[in-house]
Design a protein around this ligand. Structure first.
Ligand code: FAD
Ligand code: NAD
Length: 492
């Protein structure tokens, strides 16, 4: 077939059909507009095939097994270790074997068009797509173009690394085999979760963190995860930088680590090396330079968006609505699926409202068009065992933002936690705005605390006065009773 150039017009063009792009398109169509999604790989994006879903599928069996092993009576019934092949098979099920048919079907049902290929902006409201079918598509947007292109791994400048075929999180989450020895560089969320997943699947894991583990959490919380990883046999090397990585003749890798040993250096040999040292917005090759956006100081390009996701820095056009938006990882504010989808809902609704003349200028905070929670209440859970869960401001962040802050902390020791498992260890913290006596943030660490988080998110978003929160009685005997203990310790 001779390749063709096809011209199409839509109300809204969304580049990137990850969870975030899908949600923008859905809201736009629900708002009465037409939308096309442009996707270069799989509809569903990183989260469905290489990130949240497969990583949680790899973690959950180990957490379930450890849960049973931690309860006398059940522990006696557990006589074997994880069946790695069965875990990988279940992971394959959750990623639909890296086929996106069901997501495509969903798009069809939702009335969203799909063009498969790599897209980039050629001029305002115009996107060209090098179609995977060999055709070129020239797409025009009557109202908006949305960048929902996700993020790409940031590769650290470690000697030797650039030349080697090491694992990123994609290779780790989609692996068909469990390596005998795995070295993980990066002590953030992905590194901690995947180190534990592979340790429990049978790998001999070394996790190298240049400072503390999970450094964005309070130290009392993250140290419980360090203990959990070490209990699973992970060699957690804190305050250790990776000087070089080399491939050996037998295909294994040797890392030279700079640490506090008398020699100042040690080496670790592994069959696979996972690099999980953060991500940055995927904004390259999108034609943004033609609009005047340039990367600064050798750093990856970053955009600034307003509360509706509108990209800042483009000239106003007389009589025209603004047209360029960025959401989810591409917007570079939060790298979480749930928060990206929240942004997508607000952005999709704002685009539809602007198109219908129902919204002009900036929307009111907390209206359906504004991503106000981004400033106050971003929840996140680290799915290690024990888990970490946090929402809102930390004490340090609240102080920096000028709040009159106090905090209250406790080990989680309630009837619910004793019943949950033998030797339950947990920690909880509330961050309080003393002027308004409302919560600014909360952190929980411990087995299964992820499910405690939404109560805290509601309290922060609702700005529930502590005196009223006191009347939210946690059921007995749940781990949630830690809320009562925290409020009592606070003085209520
Ligand atoms: C290992 C790992 C585990 C994670 N676990 C969690 C978790 O448990 N919970 C959580 O909330 N978050 C988690 N995250 C973060 C989460 O995966 C991301 O925040 C989320 O995927 C972002 O969604 P998105 O739609 O913005 O981007 P993506 O899912 O990356 O989708 C972007 C899409 O755009 C496409 N694209 C990019 N450029 C173009 C182009 N020029 N033309 C056409 N298509 C293009 C890509 O192919 C991709 O499909 C995890 C991340 C990692 C790495
Ligand atoms: N459960 C979840 O919600 C979940 C799970 C995994 C990933 N994610 C998201 O995916 C994103 C990427 O995850 P991630 O763990 O790669 O990022 P991250 O930002 O959580 O952690 C990156 C880690 O790498 C370290 N690092 C950076 N440069 C380094 C260098 N040169 N040498 C050694 N260490 C270095 C940082 O200090 C940090 O500890 C995160 O922002 C997170 O939001 C979320």
């Amino acid at each position: 077939m001779t390749p063709e150039t096809l011209q199409r017009e839509f109300d809204v063009i969304v580049i990137g059909a990850g969870a975030v792009g899908e949600n923008v398109a859905d809201r736009v169509v629900q708002g009465g507009l037409t939308a096309v999604l442009v996707e270069a790989e799989l509809v569903g994006g990183e989260c469905s095939y290489w990130a949240c879903i497969p990583s949680k599928a790899l973690l959950r069996p180990g957490t379930a097994l450890h849960g049973a092993q931690s309860v006398p009576g059940a522990a006696e019934a557990v006589t074997l270790t994880l069946d790695a092949a069965a875990v990988l098979k279940r992971r394959d099920y959750f990623t639909a074997n890296w086929q996106d048919d069901s997501q495509v079907k969903w798009l069809e049902g939702a009335g969203i068009e799909l063009v498969r290929g790599h897209g980039w902006i050629t001029e305002p409201r115009t996107v060209e797509v090098a179609g995977l079918d060999g055709n070129t598509y020239e797409l025009k947007a009557r109202h908006a173009v949305v960048l929902a292109t996700g993020s790409t791994p940031t590769i650290p400048p470690i000697d030797g690394l650039a030349d080697l075929q090491v694992w990123g999180t994609r290779e780790a989450t989609s692996t068909k085999d469990v390596p005998e020895r795995l070295a993980v560089i990066g002590g953030g969320v992905a590194g901690s979760e995947l180190a534990q997943a592979f340790a429990r699947l049978g790998s001999d894991v070394t996790l190298v963190a240049r400072s503390g583990l999970l450094g964005t959490f309070p130290a009392e919380a993250s140290k419980l995860v360090v203990a959990g990883l070490r209990a699973d046999g992970v060699a957690v090397r804190l305050n250790t930088s990776t000087e070089s990585v080399r491939e050996n003749d037998d295909g294994t890798f040797t890392l030279t680590l700079k640490d506090q040993t008398p020699d100042g250096r040690t080496t670790v040999t592994a069959d696979k090396v996972l690099v999980s040292t953060g991500r940055h917005p995927a904004l390259e090759g999108l034609g943004l330079e033609s609009l005047g956006f340039e990367a600064q100081d050798g750093q990856p390009l970053k955009l600034t968006t307003d509360s509706t996701g509108l990209v800042q820095g483009l000239p106003d056009e007389e009589g025209q609505d603004p047209w360029l938006y960025a959401v989810g990882d591409a917007a570079g504010r939060n790298f979480f699926t749930h928060q990206g989808k929240y942004e997508a809902r607000a952005t999709g609704d704002a685009i539809a409202a602007r198109a219908k003349g129902e919204l002009s200028g900036a929307p009111a905070a907390w209206s359906r068009y504004a991503q106000t929670a981004n400033q106050h209440a971003v929840p996140n859970v680290v799915f290690t065992d024990p888990e970490l869960a946090a929402v809102g401001r930390s004490v340090e962040r609240a102080k920096r933002d000028g709040y009159n802050v106090s905090s209250v902390e406790l080990p989680i020791q309630v009837s619910g936690s004793s019943l949950h498992s033998e030797h339950y260890e947990g920690w909880a913290q509330l961050v309080v705005d003393e002027d308004r006596r409302v919560l600014l943030g909360a952190t929980f660490a411990g087995p299964d605390v992820g499910e405690l988080l939404h109560a805290a998110t509601i309290a922060v978003v609702g700005e529930v006065p502590l005196e009223r929160l006191w009347h939210a009685v946690p059921s007995f005997p749940t781990v949630s009773e830690v809320w009562l203990r925290l409020l009592e310790k606070y003085g209520l």
